[in-house]
Design a binder for this molecule. Structure first.
Ligand code: ZN
Length: 107
């Protein structure tokens, strides 16, 4: 069965971690059989993903550098933690969406 959860190569659930580890929606590796996978029909999804990443990344990066140069490295550390805390639920929500709505295919 080809769907958004199970690997089309071995039929096992790729799980959330395979998606967290994937650098991109079309560069996923099956943790069971090492098959290289991609999601189909995710062009609009990718645009939203990049837009959100930029919206978080640019201000976070700017403040990060700003605090390093002004000697407030602990604020920079705090920003890194805040970005991770903000990103984690977004990543989970996106993974849930892909698993529920999109289809996996072999690359
Ligand atoms: Zn597999």
């Amino acid at each position: 069965m080809t769907d958004g959860m199970n690997c089309p190569g071995c039929g096992k659930d790729i799980g959330f971690m395979a998606m967290v580890k994937a650098p991109w929606t079309t560069r996923i590796t099956c943790p069971h059989c090492r098959a290289r996978l991609k999601y189909l029909g995710v062009r609009n999804f990718n645009i939203v993903l990049v837009t959100i990443a930029i919206a978080i990344g640019i201000p976070a990066g700017w403040f990060f550098v700003e605090f390093i140069y002004s000697g407030g490295w602990y604020f920079s550390l705090l920003i890194l933690i805040v970005v991770l805390v903000i990103w984690w639920p977004i990543e989970l929500a996106f993974s849930r969406y892909l698993r529920a709505k999109k289809r996996l295919a072999l690359r």
